[in-house]
Write a protein that binds this ligand. Structure first.
Ligand code: EPU
Length: 421
């Protein structure tokens, strides 16, 4: 398996262009199942999770063209099957979101239920309860969710937690249900808003996305669309933190400051200069960061997908900080590896207590999920000596050519291909 090798200590400097948002693109690509017409999506990031989604769509019988440059065309005119197998859902939980669109258009669907994952148990009860409220009969059998409905009907759904996936899933299904659906306590993430924009451009009647009540008035059919996804706020936040940790000066072209206010606030508190403009964000850091406390929260709070990266930054900050994780129950797997690099972090319940150290030292490390892996890359950039991050496939699931982008900013980083034999 490939590894990423980093010799730490370089200041990141220059400009990086932010790719399209993975977590916006995945549900938007699946929304193409809601119409027989052709959909063209732009600014789709070339990450492995997108490729997995396109494989799933092709496997279902949709016509998929990927120009390799961020433009993807999908036409789900006639499908070959209404089933997403375990093999695909197991590698990427977001494939579960195929269930609703298949059901809404074809009256039945069968999708493997995702199991637990490296960051928590991640059940799908809110998705299934919501589908039932919309009139679907759902049975869980042999590891699959089997759903059927002659006619889905609008309903009032109140989520116990503002789940991003459940909000997106139910919003998609409700576009083709008869009557009006309201989703209360809906997730407000920018990716939810982007999906709502895509659905509206396909002819859906959706209002309130970005607020905590979303209303969807069902229509009888959706049509094709040309749509461009938003820039990835998590990729942008990752580069912001990388710049902050290396005393860097980096301009993030395309990043939307409006989507990153909680992160910008914390970085400023930590002593980093952040300049916002309509085309991007500039991050200028000088010297050691100050410790700040962080609590992950649903949007507009601090994103859980940047918790690991912020924790790496705090490992080298001046003072003591507490990072609380409130979204996932098991998202501190990076801590043990950071401690192997010389960090001083203790876990107490859902909080990490971090005492900033003067230096981290490079080491061979590995992680079990995407954001934990990138946190180790950031630690390696700021550490003394060489860090070798293995299990690079986690990084490739969510970051486009991360080593090339960091290298263009002056990092000493390279991908080492596995040698055969
Ligand atoms: N939850 C339930 N029941 C449900 C659904 C969720 O209990 O039916 C719980 C989860 O177990 C979790 C919490 O609610 O503890 C939040 O889960 P949510 O549904 O909001 O997350 P998700 O839709 O599964 C998306 C992103 C994640 C990101 C979270 C939170 C995609 C494809 N994934 O997951 O992204 O961390 O929202 O913002 O959009 C990543 O990109 O690295 C990543 C993990």
């Amino acid at each position: 398996m490939d590894t990423i090798q980093i010799r730490g200590g370089r200041r990141l400097k220059g400009e990086v262009t932010i790719d399209g948002a993975k977590n916006a693109a995945l549900p938007i690509l699946l929304a193409s199942l809601l119409t027989p017409e052709r959909c063209t999506f732009r600014n789709v990031p070339r990450v492995v999770d997108v490729r997995t989604t396109l494989r799933l769509l092709a496997d279902l019988g949709a016509r998929v063209e990927d120009d390799g440059n961020g433009v993807v065309r999908i036409q789900a005119e006639r499908l070959a099957r209404l089933e997403a197998p375990y093999a695909l859902v197991k590698t990427m939980r977001a494939s579960f979101l195929a269930l609703g669109p298949l059901l809404a258009r074809h009256g039945r669907a069968r999708v493997s239920t995702p199991g637990g994952c490296a960051i928590g148990s991640r059940p799908v009860n809110l998705h299934l309860d919501g589908l039932q409220k919309l009139g679907a009969r759902v049975r869980l059998l042999h590891g699959y969710a089997d759903a059927e409905a002659e006619q889905l009907r609008g309903a009032r759904i109140s989520l116990d937690f503002p789940s991003v996936g459940a909000t997106e899933h139910l919003m998609m299904v409700a576009t083709l249900a008869e009557g009006t659906t309201t989703i209360e306590n809906a997730a407000r993430e920018p990716e939810v808003v982007d999906l709502a924009r895509a659905l509206a451009a396909m002819g859906a009647r959706v209002t309130g996305a970005g607020e905590d009540i979303i209303s969807i008035e069902g229509v009888s059919a959706l049509h094709g669309v040309e749509f461009s996804t938003i820039p990835d706020r998590i990729e942008a936040g990752t580069f912001m933190i990388a710049a902050a940790m290396t005393g860097g000066d980096v301009y993030l072209r395309g990043a939307r400051a409006g989507h990153l206010q909680a992160v910008i606030l914390k970085l400023r508190e930590a002593g980093v200069e952040v300049r916002e403009d309509p085309e991007g964000i500039r991050v200028i850091a000088n010297g050691r960061l100050r410790s700040v406390d962080v609590k992950t929260m649903p949007y507009p709070g601090f994103p859980t997908d940047l918790q690991a990266q912020m924790l790496a930054a705090m490992a080298l900050a001046d003072g003591r900080s507490v990072i609380s994780e409130t979204i996932f129950e098991n998202r501190f797997m990076h801590v043990l590896e950071l401690n192997r690099m010389g960090a001083d972090v203790k876990i107490e319940g859902n909080a990490a207590i971090i005492r900033g150290v003067a230096v981290l030292s490079g080491a061979p490390v590995m992680a079990t999920d995407l954001r934990a892996s990138v946190c180790l890359v950031l630690a390696g950039l700021a550490a003394e000596g060489v860090t070798e991050v293995s299990r690079v496939y986690h990084l490739d699931r969510g970051y486009v050519r991360i080593e090339e982008k960091l290298s263009a900013l002056g990092a000493d980083i390279r991908r080492v291909k596995e040698s055969k034999g």
